[in-house]
Design a protein around this ligand. Sequence first.
Ligand SMILES: [Zn+2]
Length: 270
Amino acid sequence: MKKIFLIPLAVLLLFSMTACNLLPEITGPLERPPEPEASVERELSAEPVHEHTWVEADYWTPKTCTECGETEGDPLPPNFETLGLTVSEMDVPHRYASVTYNDYSIPTVGEVTATDYKIIESDETHEAKEGYEWRIVTLKYHFFDENAASDGWRTSVIYDDNYYAFDLETTVGFSEGENENDGEEEAKRTVNFMGEGFEIEEKDETVRNEWVGQEAYFEKVYSFQVPIGYDGMMITCYNPANKLSALNDGNETALEKDLIDENTVYFRLD
Ligand SMILES: [Zn+2]
């Protein structure tokens, strides 16, 4: 009886030992292969299923898929560049073609200089706003010819032009009222920057307006509160006699010229 009992026990021990040794070898190769195969299959089947959800290009970002981030092409070129226009350098005088105060048909040619350009967060007269900065520039006009001396001078600006969305039609539209100032001290409008709309604040202040002998000096400070890094703000100095601006001022004999012409001066606050 004792002998018979021992044999199955020995067999059992032997079996369990070999089973133990074999287990990893058997299960390993059997379970592992399906894994990489399955993941390859997933990748292959995912691609045709994904249809790009495109967001059109803007001035800062190319056409982009919102789901996978793939891009196509380049960001849009700024309209100002597309139109072939040129920004005027700051801190140097530029020829400014205008007309006299008394008579739109009498030309006067002076100079305009954009100067003291600075970017600040805030100061005593410019309130801080989170995510925004102030871009401030002074425009200095100087008139010195005989026509200005005898009949006065005029200036006209579009002081919230947009380097990126620069649009001749829109620009002409601005001259018809709301945005062309001289009475209003503050104005608010919205600019698009990096695909987001930002309300910007603008104000201006005349700091000098006088005659010194036969020469006239006129200086105005323009301030724009824009999102940090926004470099699209422009000030366009054009001939007040040009179409629409002059008509707007009640002058029926306004020159049949576009608001912007070859004499227009453009300053960019970049
Ligand atoms: Zn995609």
